[in-house]
Design a protein around this ligand. Structure first.
Ligand code: SAM
Length: 264
């Protein structure tokens, strides 16, 4: 593949270190006959380890040049879908299956991709992904820290998230500007079931609208003056707090109190 020129707009930073590749694949804890998805196989450094695992491997690669090279290299031992992972019909491909997902994700699709996996969190038994370290820090953050925000809550609402390890830029070609990190996501057995999840995410969204402001101020965009006053008197959460200090449990209490006002 000497003549291949990496395409920046597709986030093509190819991992060069085979030990890191097998470490990533090991974290997926694959067993025989499992359904495995790889997103963006690129030149196939993770794919090489994945095909040895005897799972049923489906690879999604947007780049036509790489796709034909991958078919040449792996033949029928992989199912190659030469499409944009963000544009395929996930429900159609996943059906009722339980899938393990492994990827060194292109940076530019990280946020929409994470959003998509939360939508289908029940279909993935384990997700091992390499992403920008900065995003890994955000999705594993604790309340009261600068990295804690709506993305943290959204991801931790759906998954248990474990920080695997950091990968330095010199281990890729072309060399990226930032550190990467491998994280492991498993579905949360105790995922909260909320009567009006859309309202919950609205509350969270508004609470983080302006990080420096108190809840009382940020929730003005959600509630009229009278309702906000009423909330102040019934809420289990002090409205003088800032969104970034609230745990998931706190947010659920705040949402429940807002819901009870709405239902009255
Ligand atoms: N897995 C390889 C590795 O570790 O060296 C390549 C990783 S590289 C960071 C990201 C790969 O994702 C590239 O092969 C790129 O062409 C592919 N890609 C980029 N955007 C994509 C998309 N929307 N859908 C599917 N593949 C995509």
């Amino acid at each position: 593949m000497k003549s291949f020129r990496p395409k920046k707009k597709l986030g093509q930073h190819f991992l060069q270190d085979k030990n890191i590749a097998s470490k990533i694949v090991d974290l997926a804890e694959l067993t025989e006959n499992e359904e495995v998805w790889e997103i963006g196989p690129g030149k196939g450094i993770l794919t090489e380890s994945l095909v040895l695992q005897k799972g049923r491997l489906t690879c999604f690669e947007i780049d036509n040049d790489l796709s034909s090279k991958l078919i040449g290299k792996f033949g029928t031992s992989i199912d190659l879908i030469n499409q944009d992972i963000l544009k395929i019909d996930w429900a159609k491909y996943l059906r009722d299956k339980q899938v393990k997902l492994v990827a060194n994700l292109p940076y530019q699709i990280t946020s929409p991709f994470l959003f998509k996996v939360t939508e289908f969190s029940g279909s993935f038994s384990r997700i091992v992904i390499m992403i920008q370290k900065e995003v890994a820090d955000r999705i594993t953050a604790q309340p009261g820290t600068k990295d804690y925000g709506k993305l943290t809550l959204k991801m931790q609402f759906n998954f248990r998230i474990k920080y695997g390890f950091t990968v330095k830029p010199h281990l890729f070609y072309p060399v990226p500007k930032v550190d990467s990190a491998v994280v492991i996501l498993t579905p949360r057995p105790d995922k909260p079931h909320l009567e009006d999840e859309a309202l919950f995410w609205k509350v969270v969204g508004f609470a983080f609208q302006n990080r420096r402001k108190m809840l009382r101020r940020n929730l003005r965009m959600l509630l009229c003056k009278e309702k906000l006053q009423e909330l102040g008197s019934i809420s289990r959460i002090e409205l003088t707090r800032r969104g970034e200090t609230l745990t998931e449990k706190d947010f659920i209490e705040l949402y429940e109190d807002i819901l009870s006002l709405r239902n009255n």
